[in-house]
Ligand binder design. Structure first.
Ligand code: COA
Length: 173
């Protein structure tokens, strides 16, 4: 994982161990505050229940090794790229929404993927984030329904082919 800087002064660096609780708070805030248009309160509560166990969440983050996006010296978002090309977590803090943090995180992920020789990346994407990923040339592979705490959550598996000409040209040099 390498650090980098984009034109919006968003810096990327690996998450430090003592920051994992901040990621957990960011995850809960992003889901509860940004996805209300597509998911009911019951669905959002079920979604964030996956982070209710602090120890389990910390263990998962330590295994997945996310990176953080820093804007104005604060963690504005976090994401990861797993060895099989899966983006598991991809969340932007409500206060940073609309400031191209997600765009920067995806650009960073694509640089990482290219450096590791990956030709595709994929993600299980919320209905809220789906329009963002479609704008970034992902395609829907499959629509799915997850069950969390007995509540159903529709989402989709999206994939991006990194070998397409338009994708390669959009990467900074
Ligand atoms: C969806 C999300 C990732 C977008 O983050 P963001 O930092 O606000 O996005 P950006 O500022 O980089 O937006 C880039 C472009 O996508 C568009 N966009 C962003 N979110 C969008 C949405 N929900 N619907 C439609 N377009 C959207 C922006 O308008 C912008 O368009 P432009 O390039 O024409 O200017 C963020 O709002 C979020 O975390 N949402 C809630 C949690 C979630 O669903 N996470 C994903 C789990 S898979």
């Amino acid at each position: 994982m390498f650090a980098g800087r984009n034109c919006n002064h968003i810096e990327f660096r690996p998450c430090q161990g003592d920051e994992i609780n901040l990621l957990r708070e960011l995850f809960v805030a992003a889901v509860m505050e940004l996805t209300g248009g597509e998911y009911s309160l019951e669905q959002r509560r079920a979604w964030v229940s996956s982070a209710a166990d602090k120890v389990e969440f910390c263990a998962r983050m330590e295994a997945q090794q996310p990176f953080v996006a820093m804007l104005q010296d604060r963690i504005a978002g976090y994401a990861d790229l797993q060895p099989d090309g899966l983006i598991d977590h991809f969340y932007v803090a409500p206060w940073a929404k609309g400031q191209r943090v997600a765009s920067g995180m995806l650009q960073h992920i694509e640089k990482l993927a290219h450096s590791q020789g990956m030709t595709t990346i994929h993600a299980l994407v919320s209905l809220t984030a789906e329009p963002f990923f479609l704008r970034k040339n992902f395609v829907v592979v499959e629509r799915r329904i997850a069950t969390r705490a007995g509540v159903t959550l529709p989402h989709a598996l999206l994939q991006k082919d990194l070998t397409l000409k338009s994708t390669r040209e959009s990467l900074p040099g």
